[in-house]
Ligand binder design. Structure first.
Ligand code: BGC
Length: 758
């Protein structure tokens, strides 16, 4: 990613900033004074207004509030609204800003938020897919590009990154995060925040980021969205919170709380999480926005009897801004005036909102982000090139037998079959911001672009998925009976040397509210695949997916499998780059692929239990009908070359706070082509005051090797890496023995042991 384009982007984004550098520095120094002086002039009503967020009515992700557009306009004019989301057009944003700036007494500019999750117009792989690249620089760059395109349309606040550790493939929102590991999720979150926010929010092309959803949202029981979360302290501290702590430390401008309860308390009302931990212990000074109407939803949860009580609980707990919930605007003034809410809490929340507005430079120029010139300087063509590179890096090769891949130039006829083969929409995925419908390069198009003139590429649909856009009851509508396309597809497969089957999920099968109890190939896809296999076994399965899928049959019966996720705008070209070997696949799974959905939630960093394994009798922790491990584990992914690992050596076998270790391993590219390996480091604290996972990712390095090349890779092992939230309820390292593992996935690893003493 170190190309001239990246360089020019960074120059572009920071040049405006340089020009104003001294001004910015002084304004940052003075932000607190300015915030205080604005605050001192505000009435209680105006203060509460800053904590109210409205949605434009065009692009809802939840039920709309009771207010109609006219009432919203009136409230904007009176300065009773602080931030907005989903105001889609530049004109709309300008209009809303003008309503505030030209009519309200305090003239405090609005911020405009939007879910820019994996690109704005140029769509990048869905976050789960992009994480499979393990390329933090690339992920920072895609966020940078998304920020620039967002600014061009007046958006200055994204509700991203989602850093919910998610281990359940049934949960539709698993596509929005970075998978099952807290360490990887933390690093990706920080890279994204850097990409969106740059070094300084005051830059002209940077936007405020949001760490969400605080907290535990990914642990919904049975993978059902919004469902109850029962999470013990140990798991909360060691697994769920670390990415959020890292985001706070990285200076993310805002946090969003979550819809779920944890142990009986909805996060929106969770004082420990928001006030004591985030704003207290972590000393973070940004703003917490509620999730969509999560304040009044506390009534439905059964923790508040009405909006007023919900507001009281939420404000006491540290939820600063009410997203389209209509609770704060109707209750906070009254609560303070009658003495049942401390006005100082409101002041603190308002300060947090004003701080972000000052940092964004909105007080200097409320229309700073409403500048049509920005769009003129954008090269969408360049953005697409980057999107293609990142998409190729995100692809994971799971299986490659019979040397089917990369496809050789001697192959003269390729059948591209399946409901997603020529689908230009599925790769755009859910949460597509302004990514246009049907705007992706399809696999058929990508393959046609890649082959020479004398290779025939033919396409057959085979079967439809039968899912209609925006459908809420997907499985009820899915195609279960129309086999009219089978014959043509089977004929085509029969008459072709190679079949590329493109199967998987529709654009909206994953995402918010899209939980599924089945994660296999929906509709008639499996049946079609088996029929094709009968006439031609040279099949490469390309999966287009937003979640890990159940692909045990394919794994047993097909020679080649490629996980292509929902790769965005350049999907088909990136897939072709991998299929034809222009890019040697280097992606590694950020989430386990199960053998059966019944194994979910499934993750590599599990606990041993008291009965982990026993080949002799039945009473141990396993299933009697399926192996208990993953079909393809976390960190797994093949290349067109092979990597051989030497022995793992340690610089010392005893470690203490002053004496760090180094772990070294040599890796050789023993194949014929250049390739990239993600070398992964895992640790296990064997005995702890609380049980510890069997292994935990603690480091990784991307290593590019020429054929025949050997490289020594060294990982420093520091005490920080050994810390966990112990029985003393603090983060510390306990004395004892540790296992260290290094390898190319979480299952096949070289090991060594060392001892730590404080
Ligand atoms: C989602 C958030 C999102 C918000 C605004 C909610 O339903 O949970 O992740 O940012 O809507 O669109």
């Amino acid at each position: 990613m170190k190309n001239s384009f990246l360089y020019s982007l960074l120059i572009l984004s920071f040049s405006g900033m340089n020009a104003q550098n001294s001004e910015i520095k002084s304004s940052i120094k003075n932000v607190e004074t300015k915030v205080d002086s604005v605050l001192s002039l505000m009435t209680l009503e105006e203060k509460v207004g800053q904590l109210v967020q409205y949605s434009g009515s065009w692009d809802l992700t939840g039920p709309a509030s009771d207010l109609n557009d006219k009432q919203k306009e009136t409230n904007l004019k009176e300065g009773l609204v602080g931030t907005m989301l989903n105001v889609l057009t530049m004109e709309g944003k300008r209009k809303a800003q003008k309503l505030v700036m030209e009519n309200s007494r305090m003239k405090i500019p609005l911020i405009f938020g939007y879910d820019v999750i994996h690109g704005y117009k140029t769509i990048f792989p869905v976050p789960l897919g992009e994480t499979a690249s393990w390329d933090l620089e690339a992920m920072e760059l895609s966020a940078r590009i998304a920020a620039i395109e967002s600014v061009a349309e007046g958006v200055n606040w994204t509700f991203s990154p989602m850093i919910d550790v998610s281990r359940d493939a049934r949960w539709g929102r698993i596509m929005e995060g970075s998978g099952e590991d807290p360490y990887l999720t933390s690093l990706v979150g920080v890279a994204k925040i850097k990409g969106y926010q740059g070094d300084d929010l005051a830059g002209d092309l940077t936007i405020a980021a949001t760490a969400k959803h605080f907290a535990g949202y990914g642990f919904a029981e049975a993978g059902r969205d919004y469902n109850t979360v029962n999470l013990g302290e140990n798991e909360l501290q060691n697994t769920v919170l670390p990415p959020f702590k890292a985001a706070a430390k990285a200076g993310v401008a805002s946090f969003m709380n979550s819809f779920n309860e944890i142990d009986g308390l909805p996060s929106t009302g969770n004082k420990y999480l928001q006030r004591e931990l985030l704003k207290g212990e972590w000393n973070w000074n940004g703003l917490v926005v509620s999730d969509w109407a999560s304040i009044p939803e506390m009534i439905v949860h059964g923790i508040a009897k009405d909006k007023k009580q919900a507001s009281q609980i939420a404000m006491n707990a540290g939820s600063d801004v009410d997203m389209e919930g209509g609770a704060y605007e109707t209750s906070l003034v009254e609560l303070v005036e009658e003495g049942s809410l401390d006005g100082a809490l409101i002041d603190d929340s308002v300060r947090r909102v004003l701080r972000v507005k000052f940092k964004l430079g909105l007080f200097d120029d409320p229309y700073k982000y409403n500048n049509p010139e920005v769009e003129k300087n954008i090269s969408y063509e360049d953005h697409r090139k980057t999107a293609r590179e990142i998409a190729a890096k995100s692809i994971v090769l799971l299986k490659n037998e019979k040397e089917l891949l990369p496809i050789k130039s001697t192959v003269k006829s390729i059948a591209v079959i399946g409901p997603l083969a020529n689908d230009k929409d599925a790769p755009i995925g859910n949460w597509r911001a302004q990514g246009e419908k049907n705007s992706a390069v399809s696999v058929v198009e990508g393959i046609k672009n890649a082959v020479g003139k004398d290779t025939k590429v033919k396409y057959a649909l085979g079967t439809t998925l039968g899912i209609s856009e925006g459908s809420f009851l997907l499985s009820l509508e899915i195609n279960k009976s129309d086999r009219s396309g089978f014959k043509e597809a089977i004929e085509l497969a029969k008459n072709s040397e190679l079949v590329v089957m493109v199967l998987g999920e529709d654009a909206f099968q994953a995402g918010e509210g899209r939980s599924q109890a089945k994660i296999g190939l929906a509709g008639l896809q499996q049946e079609l695949l088996e029929e094709i296999k009968k006439v031609n076994s040279n099949i490469v399965l390309v999966l287009i997916n937003g979640r890990p899928m159940e692909i045990s049959w394919s794994s047993e019966n097909l020679p080649a499998i490629v996980v292509a996720w929902q790769l965005g705008t350049e999907s088909g070209n990136a897939i072709a780059d991998v299929l034809f070997g222009k890019y040697n696949p280097s992606g590694k799974l950020p989430v386990s692929f199960p053998r059966l959905v019944g194994q979910e939630p499934l993750y590599y960093n599990q606990k041993n239990t008291g009965r982990p394994t026993n080949g002799e009798h039945v009473t141990y922790s396993h299933y009697t009908d399926v192996k208990k491990d993953a079909l393809y584990p976390f960190g797994y992914g093949l290349s067109y070359t092979q990597f051989e690992y030497g022995d793992l050596s340690l610089s010392e076998v005893e470690m203490n706070p002053e004496n760090n270790l180094e772990a070294t391993i040599s890796i050789t590219n023993t194949g014929k082509v250049k390739g990239r390996e993600v070398v992964q480091l895992y640790l296990q604290d064997i005995i702890g005051s609380r049980t510890r996972p069997v292994k935990e990712l603690k480091g990784f390095q991307l290593v590019d090797l020429e054929p025949g090349e050997t490289r020594k890779v060294t990982f420093p092992i520091t005490p920080k890496m050994l810390e966990f939230y112990t029985a003393n309820r603090i983060w510390e390292v306990e004395d004892g023995d540790f296992n260290i593992f290094v390898g190319g996935n979480s299952r096949d690893l070289k090991t060594a042991e060392f001892t730590f003493k404080n």
